[in-house]
Design a protein around this ligand. Structure first.
Ligand SMILES: C[S@@+](CC[C@H](N)C(=O)[O-])C[C@H]1O[C@@H](n2cnc3c(N)ncnc32)[C@H](O)[C@@H]1O
Length: 295
């Protein structure tokens, strides 16, 4: 299979997340196309992995890619918060979260994650969910929509953008990514149109976070997952924006009684990695080790 997503900070992930022994058990909480998992399966000939993803479509790509390791990897189509809350298996040695979405989602999934492509506004990782981006932009009231764009996009022009969306939809339902990107572009001041990032970038991020309830799921996923980490077990999280990173940083700090923080500052990609894999540019990697005593 041809994988489009290049695993981020892969050298650093392998350097930090070293299995305790030959028969270690790892959970890749965000399997995606299986890039990180493949590296572990290749490097450690006896490691076993449980690979989770909320999205069954990307998971089938990982399944195909990792077919030669099928005796050592189990695939679960599940949200990581739900998985960890209900986990009844043995405690594990390594847990990885590589948050957000994959290049596959932006470029191939046809679910409207990118304002650069002409697609329906969907943005669901799990197509069985009822809430999608089209519903939000056409139904949330102006204040609620502005709050979402501000809170999850950290967008300073959230109110203007929300007002423009609500005015537009009085005449016509907003269905396409390009339509929404255009409404946003027209709503923001001139000097905001010429920045490095398109003015729709933050609003699209906010919608995606709202559709998939990403931040609540992250908090819950962290909380439940560490309960299943062996003593000396390692948990690593790669984040891609400040909202995620803040949650992870604070969670680690709040749990210093049970977790030893191994990365005083987050690990970030080298210039060479950013050059060869631009989607890595905002990545931050933090790692903790479970202390011997119980939480
Ligand atoms: C950045 S990608 C992972 C890429 C992967 N490490 C690789 O190297 O191919 C993040 C993945 O996490 C999945 N995901 C996001 N939120 C999730 C959640 N709450 N539960 C399970 N999977 C989730 C997405 O569907 C996506 O495939």
């Amino acid at each position: 299979m041809w994988a489009i997503h290049v695993p981020v900070l892969y050298k650093e992930v392998l350097n930090y997340l070293i299995p305790a022994n030959d028969l270690s058990l790892m959970v890749d909480s965000t399997l995606g196309e299986g890039g990180h998992s493949e590296l572990f399966l290749k490097k450690y000939k006896n490691i076993h992995i449980i690979g989770l993803d909320a999205d069954s479509e990307i998971q089938s790509r990982a399944q195909e890619r990792l077919s030669e390791y099928k005796d050592r990897i189990v695939f679960k189509n599940d949200r990581f918060d739900h998985f960890w809350k209900n986990y009844l298996g043995p405690d594990v040695d390594i847990i990885l979260f590589d948050l957000g979405i994959s290049v596959y989602h932006y470029k191939i999934s046809k679910r409207g994650f990118s304002f650069l492509l002409e697609e329906n506004l969907d943005m669901r990782l799990d197509r069985n969910d009822s809430l999608n981006a089209e519903y939000i932009v056409n139904n949330y009231d102006e204040v609620h929509l502005a709050d979402i764009i501000y809170k999850y996009g950290e967008e300073r022009y959230s109110r203007r953008i929300s007002r423009a969306i609500c005015t537009y939809r009085k005449n016509k339902k907003i269905k396409k990514t390009s339509e929404l990107a255009d409404i946003i572009y027209k709503a923001v001041p001139k000097d905001y149109k010429h920045l490095k990032n398109h003015p729709a970038t933050k609003t699209f991020q906010a919608l995606r976070i709202e559709v998939n309830d990403e931040l609540n799921r992250l908090s819950e996923g962290l909380k439940y997952s560490i309960r299943h980490l062996n003593s000396n077990g390692l948990l690593g999280v790669i984040t891609f924006h400040s909202l995620e990173d803040r949650i992870v940083k604070n969670f680690f700090k709040e749990n210093v009684d049970s977790l030893e923080i191994l990365t005083k500052k987050p690990i970030v990609p080298s210039d060479a990695e950013i050059l060869s894999n631009p989607p890595s540019r905002s990545a931050k990697f933090r790692v903790v080790r479970r202390k011997k005593n119980e939480v």
